[in-house]
Ligand binder design. Structure first.
Ligand SMILES: [Zn+2]
Length: 389
């Protein structure tokens, strides 16, 4: 939704910041300098509060990055590659490249963040004590350290609330997944708790706005509740689709009555003789029984129409790569993932360079939509293909 900027790279993944993070930073700084610090630590002048606010903001940013890096290190250790760490308005998120592969890795990855925050909390509290012995409790430095200690402990505690997609909810999902051996059921339970937590947050937001007239906090809690609810819903859909499709092979959805074209054809002949005649949006290009490429209507439409008469399919087709072909024995979940990642609506099914058929995104969606409607009222444990494995 917002533009992301890469701040720096850590190991092999980038640490990015979403533009919404600027609002959060300003909100934190403004609240600390004007409300929080003067109320909790009276007796300083405005400049001191501003310096305290700036140092604290830097501490908050470092604390959040450390929390996410802890998630990322454990994920990498368990071979669940991390796409990126992104700072956004609700803190940070470590995005994985795929779904978690096993419950143990997911559980340890989830608790690593809060564990890091708790360690940081202890570190800041210990530093505060050392600092206090030297400069006293009324010193701005002691107060900033105390605040950062409290905040990290609060981050650790809040994230362990068992409401998906918070860390505690992820840990709970992994535990249920482990004991019931069913990722879909686990995701439904954890997201259900997440939804209840979201209602609580939204209720609290209404209370803050109506009774305390605190628009800023109210809006923040409301948005956060909305985010928790939406993320839970998305996770349930995603795991259900994956689970349903993982027990089916590409062959089940493959269309094999596909007309192929020769690389020597001109684009005019291709359009008139094939696109208009067979209503396919793509054609495999076959040269003497050998599959050599793929030509799509999309690619044809990008060519200047005056050139259609003398340009040949061979010069316009796309070569076969791992991003536009798939093996017939791959699971349909793998095909869905590849299409979503590549932004394609179909893939060529090939084996050993031989063309076998086409698999289309709309068929996968139609299958999911029908299966989910039919299976909606059946218990999860017995529903077809719903076992997470
Ligand atoms: Zn976390």
């Amino acid at each position: 939704m917002f533009k992301r900027v890469t701040l720096f790279r850590f190991f092999n993944f980038p640490v990015k910041a979403d533009a919404s993070w600027i609002f959060l930073s300003i909100l934190i700084f403004w609240t600390l300098v004007n409300n929080f610090f003067p109320a909790r630590y009276p007796g300083h002048n405005l400049e001191t509060y501003q310096v305290m606010g700036a140092v604290t903001l830097a501490g908050v940013i470092i604390s959040i990055i450390a929390h996410e890096v802890a998630h990322a290190i454990i994920a990498e250790y368990y071979h669940m590659p991390i796409e990126s760490i992104t700072l956004f308005i609700f803190g940070g998120v470590a995005e994985m490249k795929g779904e978690p592969s096993h419950p143990k890795g997911e559980f340890l990855m989830a608790v690593a963040g809060p564990a890091m925050s708790a360690l940081l909390g202890i570190f800041f509290w210990a530093s505060e004590n050392v600092y206090m012995m030297k400069y006293g409790a009324a010193d701005a430095g002691s107060q900033v350290l105390e605040y950062l200690g409290d905040l990290n402990m609060l981050i650790a505690a809040f994230n362990m609330v068992p409401a998906f997609p918070l860390d505690g909810g992820r840990a709970l999902r992994a535990a249920i997944w482990h004991y019931k051996n069913n990722l879909v059921l686990a995701t439904r339970i954890a997201s259900g708790l997440g939804a209840n937590f979201a209602y609580l947050l939204i209720g609290y937001a209404v209370y803050k706005i109506c009774w305390h007239n605190n628009m800023v906090q109210g809006m923040w809690y409301g948005l956060f509740g909305y985010f928790v609810y939406g993320a839970g819903l998305y996770a349930v859909r995603q795991t259900e689709s994956r689970s349903l499709l993982s027990s089916e092979k590409v062959t089940r959805f493959m269309h094999d009555h596909i007309v192929s074209v020769s690389p020597d054809l001109t684009i005019t002949d291709l359009v008139d003789g094939y696109f208009y005649k067979h209503y396919q949006k793509l054609f495999p290009v076959v040269d003497r029984d050998r599959l050599v490429g793929i030509i799509t209507l999309q690619a044809v439409l990008l060519i200047d129409r005056h050139k259609w008469g003398f340009l040949h399919v061979a010069s316009v087709m796309q070569p076969l790569t791992e991003t536009n072909t798939i093996d017939p024995d791959t699971s349909a979940a793998g095909a869905l993932e590849l299409m979503q990642k590549q932004g394609r609506d179909s893939l060529l099914v090939t084996r050993d360079g031989k063309f076998m058929g086409v698999i289309a995104l709309r068929d996968l969606f139609a299958y999911l939509s029908i299966t989910m409607k039919v299976d909606r009222d059946r218990p999860v444990m017995t529903s077809r293909g719903a076992d997470g494995r």
